[in-house]
Design a protein around this ligand. Sequence first.
Ligand SMILES: NC(=O)c1ccc[n+]([C@@H]2O[C@H](COP(=O)([O-])OP(=O)(O)OC[C@H]3O[C@@H](n4cnc5c(N)ncnc54)[C@H](OP(=O)(O)O)[C@@H]3O)[C@@H](O)[C@H]2O)c1
Length: 312
Amino acid sequence: MAAQQLVILGGTGFVGSHLVPRLAADGHRIVLLSRNREQHRALAVLPQVSIRSADVYNDDVLRDQFSGADAVINLVGILNAGGQHTFQRAHVELTRRVIAACHASDVTRLHQMSSLKAGQGLSQYLKTRGEAEVLVKASALDWTIYQPSVIFGPGDGLVSRFAGLLRLMPVLPLARAKARMAPTFVGDVAEAIARCVNSDKLGQRRSFELYGPDILTLGAIVRQIRDAAGLHTPIIPLPDSLGRLQAQVAGLLPGKPFSLDNFRSLRTDSVGKTDGYAALGIVPQPFAPWLPRLLQGPALQRRLNAARSLRR
Ligand SMILES: NC(=O)c1ccc[n+]([C@@H]2O[C@H](COP(=O)([O-])OP(=O)(O)OC[C@H]3O[C@@H](n4cnc5c(N)ncnc54)[C@H](OP(=O)(O)O)[C@@H]3O)[C@@H](O)[C@H]2O)c1
């Protein structure tokens, strides 16, 4: 398929930093809409990628930015609400605006990021994901919905976050340690989206569950991270009564490292049924072999920092 003009919302984060180079390698021209382009200038080093500051909640702005595009990719998603950044606004209201702006600017193709188990369980995160999917499916657009389990890879919030906690704390109390998930590699997620972008037929008006080959409990994931990092921090699975309490307290801390809504999301196993990767001809990568590489960066950085502090 010929090179396309793509507009991506939420493309400045973890998934976007892998997806954008993948799409650029296919020759597509990419416009990234960001709430603050100055924070993400590094992404625009590729010649056919530009990044623009834009109020993505403004219908006129969206319509103007979408004008002339072949497809829109909506990657915006939040794990924690705060202030005006509610799940309803970021997931549902924004999706409604994106669909309307697609119609207003004659863009017919929408790629929508969602989550495995969208619309299920009790968390606002999954509930609003489901509501957004309903809007997309009810639209007249040629849509594709991507439903990943938890995503790992360079720059993720999974391996680096737990490795940091395991290094910092003498003991790690872990809520919902029995929650099951199928971690999926960010490069595979990017490949799935790229294949659908590159095809006239593949994936139109279709959802893809994207999950890795291993079903692991959260406890097993954290143990694997600990062992691969060469740490010995004891991991204490918490009963739900204490896990909920931990979430309530952590939800009050700056940056909300864990929240009641995260706790509720973890009550729904992030495990799929229909192999979206198989449908797209992708063999998904397992979690464990990636761990040494994912842990190497921060460890190297730590050693460099330690060496620098010794020289001062
Ligand atoms: N990472 C995972 O494990 C995982 C698993 C399943 C699904 N997903 C979904 O995949 C998508 C990408 O995930 P990610 O890990 O790359 O997320 P991310 O690193 O947090 O990046 C998301 C981007 O969305 C924009 N954004 C954040 N809050 C926003 C808000 N309130 N309104 C509008 N834009 C906002 C930000 O861009 P600017 O600051 O430039 O505006 C940010 O760079 C999300 O929809 C996420 O829910 C992720």
